[in-house]
Design a protein around this ligand. Structure first.
Ligand SMILES: [Cu+2]
Length: 231
């Protein structure tokens, strides 16, 4: 294993991970397409040229893209109970950090002996991530509904556009049928419920007559919103 090879492998892992994220979401995500195309170009360049300048340029590019994506990465890292989202996020983070480190090491012509140790450390971290997240997902459990609950389904990264409820204490049983995490948030009310993939959660909140907006506040899920009419 050389640092150059580790850099190539981590960029390949990033491209595969972006494709996996789109497959899990069942949607083409333009920024991920752009980054995939960019990294394919970088891989083509790395197969032709090696040297200090190109390694520094590639490392800097990965740093910039990683910083730009942190707003998406950080919230998902807090939720290992949603397997697909968590594992693809950790892979993106690990592959980026390895690419940056490998590019820097290659640029400084660091000894290749440590490249092998670094790749083994990453493989171990990945194994812990997969096992831990699988266990967390299985343990996440489902909430039981109660008579009179307003039932809400999140499916295909969409919410129903309209819900109705009776004024007073309202129970919502929210079911997430997607392989990705969602949230159930009611604007102006203290409702901020995490919804692990494939799980249901119940929330109760006092609502006076009127209309309220509910939404999923996961970045990129802006179309998941609707209105609750309370009479
Ligand atoms: Cu969502």
């Amino acid at each position: 294993m050389t640092w150059h090879r580790l850099l190539v492998l981590s960029l390949g892992a990033l491209i595969a991970d972006f494709l996996a994220i789109m497959a899990v979401n069942g949607a083409v995500i333009p920024p991920l397409v752009v980054m995939s195309v960019l990294y394919v170009g970088v891989l083509a360049a790395l197969s032709r040229w090696q040297g200090r300048r190109i390694h520094i340029a590639v490392g800097a590019l990965v740093v910039l893209l990683l910083i730009g994506n942190l707003p998406y990465v950080v919230p998902d890292l807090g939720h290992p109970e949603t397997f697909a989202t968590f594992v693809t996020t950790v892979v993106a983070l690990l592959a980026s950090v390895v690419a940056i480190g490998a590019a820097a090491a290659a640029a400084m012509a660091a000894g290749d002996a440590r490249a092998r140790a670094a790749s083994m450390l990453v493989a171990a971290l990945l194994a812990i991530t997969v096992v831990g997240s699988a266990a967390g997902s299985m343990a996440a459990g489902d909430a039981a509904g109660r008579p009179g609950d307003v039932r809400v389904t999140a499916q295909g990264v969409a919410y129903p556009s309209a819900l109705e409820a009776k004024a007073g204490t309202v129970g919502f049983l929210v079911e997430n049928r997607d392989p990705v995490r969602h949230t159930f948030v009611i604007d102006g009310r203290p409702v901020q419920q995490e919804l692990p993939a494939g799980r249901s959660r119940r929330v109760e909140v006092a609502l006076a007559a009127g209309t309220y907006q509910f939404r999923c506040d996961v970045l990129g899920h802006e179309r998941m919103q609707g209105t609750i009419t309370v009479k």
